[in-house]
Ligand binder design. Structure first.
Ligand SMILES: [Zn+2]
Length: 249
């Protein structure tokens, strides 16, 4: 991979910036290791001195790891919600979300997320959140919700127009986020969120980890709920309210 976490700072670095900073001390065993942006394990630097192969970061392939960036590894567990079922609280949080659904949809359709996200997929992700008890999380921060929904979505069709191409995309929090509470407690370093790109598989309907070819960080910056009301098409508007009315009837 071309991007990693700095060895001892909470920021992303490219292979080149890593080489610029540490390249002079390229001695086996003495190099501070960059870390995987998702699972935080130390990474090897491959082909650092090669003139033929482009240098890159890589996991130690001899160790099994639960990380989407390991070619034949396992996916991380889904994010949990450590909250007791509470229908009144859940109703209140859900209604607050529904009161600004256009802002959430707009964020999830941003160029850095999934511009082709359909209204039906958006609605189905709200249902997934209900199923996983997200709305019953006390003091649920509304600005976290669209990112949690994206992480629930699994593989999604990418589209033409992504600068980096790719037929499928998937979203991941870094390993410091295992429960939705990790997005709410004060912490020294903010959580990270990533969009990964996968090539279209030939033999299977969905990609596997070895189809991944690109990763980029997605900003979790709050503030999108303060913007002016986003434009939503009449078709999407009608589909949303029709579905909502059906669910409540
Ligand atoms: Zn990893």
């Amino acid at each position: 991979m071309k991007l990693a976490l700095h060895p001892n700072e909470a920021r992303m670095i490219t292979v080149q910036s890593y080489l610029d900073e540490f390249g002079d001390g390229l001695a086996p065993g003495r190099l501070p290791q960059a870390r995987c942006p998702i699972c935080h394990r130390p990474l090897l630097l491959i082909a650092a001195r090669s003139a033929r192969i482009r240098p890159r970061f890589s996991h130690d392939t001899h160790k099994r790891a639960r990380c989407p960036l390991v070619r034949n590894g396992d996916s991380p567990e889904e994010i949990t919600v450590a909250a007791q079922p509470d229908s009144l609280l859940a109703e209140r949080n859900l209604n607050r979300f529904l009161g600004k659904w256009q802002w959430h949809l707009d964020l999830m359709r941003h160029a850095h997320c999934v511009p082709s996200l359909t209204i039906h997929r958006f609605i189905s992700l709200i249902d997934v959140a209900t199923h996983r008890n997200l709305w019953a999380y006390p003091d649920l921060r509304e600005e976290c919700v669209p990112f949690v929904l994206l992480s629930y979505a699994g593989f999604m069709r990418g589209e033409r127009g992504y600068r980096t191409g790719g037929s499928w995309v998937r979203f991941w929090f870094d390993a410091s986020v295992r429960d939705v509470s990790d997005l709410h407690v004060p912490r020294p370093h903010p959580p990270l969120f990533f969009r990964t790109h996968y090539a279209r598989p030939r033999a299977t309907p969905l990609p596997a980890q070895h189809h991944l070819f690109h990763i980029e960080e997605v900003s979790l910056a709050p503030g999108f709920l303060d913007r002016p009301v986003p434009q939503v098409s009449v078709t999407d508007m009608e589909a949303f309210w029709a579905r909502l009315a059906r669910r409540r009837s």
